[in-house]
Design a protein around this ligand. Structure first.
Ligand code: AHR
Length: 492
C-alpha cells in the first residue's frame, strides 16, 4: 500500500516546458532521413521537412530543440551550411560513421524546422575547432536585424528577418570530443568566447557553458568559480548504460536483471542533480544559473546490421520507464533544472521516432512525453510519496515514483511510475482539501520489452486510465506493473 500526500496549497518552483526538450545531431539518420528529406523527396515534406515527423512532434508540444551536436558541433563550420545547396562544401563526419556530410541541412533549415514544429531553438557553437570570430559572425548572421556583413549575407540567402535564437552553447563536451580540455582551461575559453556572443536582437541569448560528464563535480566547481558570472546555464551529460561502455547491452534482448539494473542506473540522475546543484548553490544561492541536462537517455549496443557509427537502437517499455523516471526527477528539481534534452529525437539512441524510408513509428518513449506534456509551465506541488521498496534480481527500487504540478487553471497533474514487473501498486492519494470536479487519466503499460515495429506500429501506445475511485480525501489509483500514469484532477 502506498500513500501520496499532495499539499495542493504549496508550490515549490516553476516547471519550465524546456525540461521536455530534445536533441538532434548530424548523426546517423537523425537529421537526414529522420527529420529532413529534401524538397525533391517523394516522402511528403514541407520545405524538405518530413510532414509526418513534424506533426508527431507538434502533438507532444516539443518545446525546444538542440542542434547541430553533440560532438559534431565542435567540427561544424556554419558557413559551409548556407547558400545554394549545390555549392555547399562537403565534409567528413569523422565522429559518426565517417560519412560525407553535404551540409544541405544548415542554419536556415534548422530555423525552418523549428518554425514548423513551433518550438524554441538551441544552437551549439564550435569551440573545439572553431574560432571566436567564426562564432561571433554566426550569432551576427542569425540575430542582427540591421545592416552588417553577416545580416546582408543572411538576407541574400533568403531570410530578410533575423532568426529567433534563444539558447546558445559554447562548445560541447570540451573534456572529451570537444577538445580534451581541463576544466580550468575551458573556463577561460568560455569566458573569452561568450564575450563575443553579442546581444543584437530583443530576445536575450541564454548562454550555456559545457558542463560535467556525469559525476565530475570538480568540473562544475571550476566553471562556477572561474566563470559563473558569465554563465546562464551550465550543462550536464549523463547516459544510462545498462552494463559498461564496452558492452552496453542490447536494446531488446535483455532479461529482468538488466531491466532493473537499467532503472537503478537511471535513478542515479537524482543524486547527480542534487550534488551538482549543491555545488552551484555555493556560488549562486539565488539559483540564477540553470542546470541544463542537455544529453540524457539510454545508450545500448547498436542494432545488429546497422552502421556502428549511427547509434540506431530500438526502444521498448524499459526506455519508457527510463524517460518517465527522469522527467519526474527533473520536475522535482525544477528550481535548478530549467532545460533538458533527451538524446536524440529521431533514429538515434533513445529516440521518440524511428523511420524507415517513408515509414515512421512512435516509440514508447514518445508516449511518455505525451503523458508528461501536461506538466509544461506548471508550478511544482509539494508532494510526499510514502512507499516501500521493491527488490528484484538483487536490485532495490522505490515501488512508486511521482511528481505533481498545478496548472494555470487550478487543475492538479500527477505522473506516477510503477517500475515493478510483477505487482500492481495501489496508491491512496490525498489532495489536502482540494475536491476535483472531474478526474481523467491516461497510461502507458506493457511487457518490459514491448515495442513498436514498422510492421506492427501500434503495440505500445497510451490509453485511458480508469483504475481509480474517488474518495472524500482524493482518490485511490491502481497502477499495473511496468506502467506510467498521468492523472488530471480538474476543478470547476
Ligand atoms: O549523443 C551522442 C553523443 O554523445 C554526442 O555527440 C556527445 O556529446 C555525447 O558523447
Amino acid at each position: 500500500m502506498n500513500k501520496l500526500i499532495i499539499n495542493t496549497e504549496v508550490t515549490k518552483g516553476h516547471i519550465s516546458k524546456d525540461i521536455q526538450g530534445q536533441f538532434s545531431e548530424h548523426l546517423g539518420r537523425c537529421i537526414y532521413g529522420g527529420l529532413y528529406v529534401g524538397e525533391k523527396s517523394e516522402i511528403p515534406n514541407e520545405n524538405g521537412m518530413r510532414k509526418d515527423v513534424v506533426k508527431a512532434l507538434k502533438d507532444i508540444s516539443l518545446p525546444v530543440l538542440r542542434w547541430p551536436g553533440g560532438c559534431f558541433a565542435d567540427e561544424y563550420h556554419w558557413q559551409d551550411g548556407i547558400g545554394p545547396k549545390e555549392t555547399r562544401k562537403k565534409m567528413v563526419n569523422t565522429h559518426w560513421g565517417g560519412v560525407t556530410e553535404d551540409n544541405s541541412f544548415g542554419t536556415h533549415e534548422f530555423f525552418e524546422l523549428c518554425r514548423q514544429i513551433g518550438c524554441d531553438t538551441y544552437v551549439n557553437g564550435n569551440v573545439g575547432s572553431g574560432s571566436v570570430r567564426e562564432m561571433n559572425e554566426w550569432v551576427e548572421y542569425m540575430t542582427f536585424e540591421g545592416l552588417s556583413p553577416m545580416s546582408t549575407l543572411r538576407k541574400e540567402n533568403g531570410s530578410e528577418a533575423a532568426f529567433p535564437l534563444k539558447y546558445f552553447a559554447m562548445g560541447n563536451e570540451p573534456w572529451g570530443c570537444g577538445g580534451n580540455m581541463t576544466a580550468e582551461y575551458y573556463a577561460n575559453e568560455y569566458r573569452k568566447y561568450q564575450t563575443y556572443v553579442r546581444q543584437y536582437g530583443k530576445q536575450k541569448i541564454f548562454k550555456i557553458a559545457a558542463g560535467a560528464n556525469a559525476g565530475d563535480y570538480h568540473w562544475t566547481e571550476t566553471l562556477m568559480k572561474n566563470a559563473g558570472q558569465f554563465i546562464d546555464g551550465l550543462s550536464l551529460h549523463y547516459y544510462t548504460v545498462p552494463h559498461d561502455w564496452q558492452h552496453k547491452g542490447s536494446a531488446l534482448g535483455f532479461n529482468e536483471k538488466d531491466y532493473y539494473e537499467t532503472l537503478k542506473k537511471t535513478l542515479f540522475m537524482d543524486e547527480l542533480i542534487t550534488r551538482h546543484s549543491a555545488i552551484m548553490d555555493q556560488y549562486d544561492k539565488d539559483k540564477r544559473v540553470a542546470l541544463v541536462v542537455d544529453e540524457w537517455g539510454t545508450w545500448y549496443d547498436v542494432e545488429e546490421g546497422t552502421n556502428p557509427g549511427f547509434l540506431y537502437q530500438q526502444n521498448s517499455m524499459r526506455d519508457a520507464m527510463v524517460a518517465a523516471l527522469n522527467l519526474n526527477i527533473f520536475n522535482k528539481h525544477c528550481d535548478r533544472v530549467r532545460m533538458a534534452n533527451i538524446a536524440q529525437l529521431v533514429n538515434v539512441l533513445q529516440a521518440m521516432i524511428l523511420t524507415e524510408g517513408p515509414r515512421m513509428l512512435l516509440t514508447p518513449s514518445y508516449f511518455v512525453f505525451k503523458l508528461f506534456k501536461a506538466h509544461q509551465e506548471n508550478e511544482l506541488l509539494d508532494s510526499h510519496m510514502l512507499t516501500g521498496e521493491i527488490e528484484a534480481e538483487g536490485v532495490k527500487l522505490p515501488a512508486v515514483q511521482e511528481s505533481c504540478s498545478l496548472d494555470s487553471e487550478g487543475a492538479v497533474h500527477i505522473t506516477l511510475v510503477n517500475p515493478g514487473l510483477k505487482d500492481t501498486q495501489v496508491v491512496t492519494i490525498e489532495t489536502n482539501g482540494l475536491h476535483p470536479s472531474h478526474v481523467v487519466g491516461r497510461m502507458l503499460s506493457g511487457p518490459m520489452d514491448g515495442h513498436n515495429t514498422f510492421d506492427d506500429p501500434d503495440q505500445i501506445a497510451d490509453q485511458p486510465f480508469v483504475s481509480f475511485t474517488t474518495t472524500r480525501h482524493g482518490l485511490i489509483a491502481t497502477l499495473p506493473p511496468c506502467s506510467v500514469v498521468h492523472v488530471h484532477l480538474a476543478v470547476k
